[in-house]
Design a protein around this ligand. Structure first.
Ligand code: AMP
Length: 583
């Protein structure tokens, strides 16, 4: 077997390493996380530390911890860490060595070649410095590719047509926007623009400032906080920011944060998504101005763009997708993990260099939107059938999202929660998949807050919980098979539609329709088994993976050819392997 070439996203805030194996790109984990903070430091014994460990000591020992070294790449500048001076390439090489060793541990063999990504705007000196960092780390850099190119590769779909794509990349410390042209599978960056000092860190600072303000007013505090207390506040701010991407409120609680006049102070503060979005709105508007500039320099208007792809952890903030949708008139694609898609694309490029046939990346996503019903004040009066999406179509699973709803009148004691699948703004056009009542709400004025949470796992099991925020009173239900249920519903609706079309001709057409529909059911079932098998690739032995890949291919071929017997045999064999792997 030829040597694996690893794909590396060497980021300002975080880095990742990925490989292409068994027909899919996988980002490798270290200590249960794929995301390696781009921090390098010396511990108290002078030993080099990298990643999470170095990040954790940054606030307390900034003199022996380095972050954001990527900003210095290509500069002839020495950086002091502890008692020594280092070139930016050397510090980057320390991160690369860590990524190399993660891959070696995973593959159980030495790794010596890599594809590394860099921002599209990196000039030659910075690209050269990246190559040198690779060499210092013992890696031959077989190719340096642009981050937007890697992202576009990882968002690749089967039957990829030629198109113009805008890549919006909002990370921890930088924002980049690129317009790329995809023609005959070749990705070309047409224009790019950005801001090297705009990203998630700015949002953390906004929340940190709000927390300090809260401490000052609540506890009449005017002194300066210790480094330790500040570090805890900054971490709490980042956690709250992440929580607000999925929840309407975040509770920021830190016990014994500091002492004020000898009295221990506990931090307890609630932040609403709405207030947080107002804090960061100016930054998001700045990114949209950069989008405008990039389009202008490519001589294009928003209407010329076919797709918007989201890259970078900060694009999980719902305001980002909302504003982009307002600008472009369609939703940006979010079906890849925005933290990992650059690394995934680098691994795909690495596999292509080796001459492998690279398919679209397979990720588990929900094929339907799930949401609930709410009243909505339209211009012509109240509209009781408004569909509020909570988990949107094409979101990677597992996923958990919450939203807040309000009671309509004073002393409202109960609320009916309807759960729907579908894409229509009117719930009556969607499929109802469940409902429940939450009863015994406290006597309160209208606008009592009810938080509804949807949690969908990889097996299509949907848990829905509604909670009265004030009292914690809650009710929940579980819907098994939420993802396939719609397929069945859809099929039965299609069956009805077709029988209606041929009403009166049952003898002539009924039997044939029945056969076609039952073939469709078989096909849906087969695809569910294929998906199940694909989810086991990572944990299965190489021999089993090979058998599964062959059977998946046989299933696809039989499905296309409409060969029911071959389909059924291959499905049975694949089910047997799955049964064996799971037992
Ligand atoms: P990157 O540079 O792409 O690795 O992105 C890192 C940034 O994404 C950091 O500022 C993180 O705090 C931020 N981030 C990660 N997850 C989330 C999330 N769920 N919501 C908002 N920001 C996030």
């Amino acid at each position: 077997m030829t040597e694996t070439i690893i794909g590396i996203d060497l980021g300002t805030t975080n880095s990742e390493v990925a490989i292409y194996q068994y027909g899919r790109a996988v980002v490798l984990e270290d200590n249960h996380s794929c995301i390696i903070p781009s921090y390098v430091g010396l511990d108290d014994k002078g030993k080099i530390i990298v990643g999470e460990e170095a990040k954790n000591q940054y606030q307390v020992y900034p003199e022996r911890t380095i972050k954001s070294i990527k900003r210095k790449m290509g500069l002839d500048e020495k950086i002091v860490m502890g008692t020594e001076q280092y070139l930016p390439q050397e510090l980057s090489a320390i991160i690369l060595r860590k990524l190399k060793s993660i891959a070696e541990n995973h593959l159980n063999c030495q790794v010596s070649k890599a594809v590394i990504t860099v921002p599209a705007y990196f000039p030659d000196a910075q690209r050269q410095a990246t190559r040198e960092a690779g060499e210092i780390a013992g890696l031959e850099v077989v190719k340096v590719i642009n981050e937007p190119t890697a992202a576009a590769l990882s968002y690749k779909t089967e039957n990829q047509s030629d198109r113009r794509v805008l890549i919006y990349d909002l990370g921890g410390g930088t924002f980049d926007v690129s317009v790329v042209q995809i023609e005959g599978g070749v990705v070309e960056v047409v224009a790019s623009h950005g801001n090297n000092h705009l990203g998630g860190d700015d949002f953390d600072h906004q929340i940190t400032a709000a927390i300090i303000e809260h401490l000052k007013t609540e506890h009449d505090y005017s002194g300066t906080l210790s480094n330790q207390a500040l570090a805890r506040i900054e971490q709490a701010a980042e956690n709250a920011k992440k929580a607000l991407s999925d929840n309407p409120f975040a509770l920021i609680a830190e016990e014994y944060l500091c002492e004020i006049q000898g009295v221990p102070v506990n931090l307890n503060m609630e932040l609403a998504r709405e207030d947080y979005e107002e804090m960061i709105r100016p930054y998001i508007e700045e990114t949209l101005e950069a989008v405008h500039t990039a389009l202008k320099s490519a001589d294009l208007a928003a209407s010329h763009i076919d797709e918007v792809l989201l890259v970078g952890g900060s694009t999980r903030i719902p305001l980002v997708a909302r504003r982009l949708e307002e600008k472009f008139g369609f939703s940006p694609r979010c079906d890849m993990n925005p933290d990992l898609c650059v690394a995934t694309g680098a691994a795909m490029q690495a596999a292509m260099i080796k001459g492998e046939d690279v398919h679209a990346t397979l990720v588990d996503i929900t094929p339907y939107t799930f949401g609930t019903r709410a009243y909505y004040e339209k211009e012509d009066g109240p509209y009781p059938y408004y569909f509020v999406p909570i988990i949107k179509k094409n979101t990677p699973v597992p996923v958990r999202k919450s939203d807040v709803f309000y009671t309509m009148y004073d002393d409202q004691q109960e609320v009916e929660i309807g759960i729907y699948q579908g894409e229509n703004e009117d719930v009556r056009e969607n499929v109802k998949i469940g409902e429940f009542m939450i009863r015994g709400l406290s006597k309160a004025a209208a606008n009592n807050e009810i938080i509804t949470t949807f949690e969908l796992d990889k097996n299509g099991i949907l848990h829905v919980t509604s909670k009265e925020k004030k009292t914690g009173l809650q009710k929940k239900i579980t819907i098994d098979n939420a993802m396939s249920q719609f397929a069945e519903e859809e099929l039965s609706a299609a069956r009805d539609r077709i029988s209606n079309l041929f009403a009166g001709d049952v003898d002539e057409f009924g039997a044939e329709d029945g056969r076609q529909m039952s073939a469709a059911v078989e096909s849906v079932k087969a695809m569910a088994i294929v998906e199940k098998a694909e989810s086991l690739f990572e944990s299965a032995a190489p021999d089993d993976c090979e058998d599964m890949i062959a059977l998946i291919e046989a299933i696809r071929e039989a499905d296309i050819a409409g060969d029911k017997a071959a389909l059924s045999t291959a499905v049975d064999e694949l089910s047997e392997i799955i049964f064996f792997l799971e037992s």
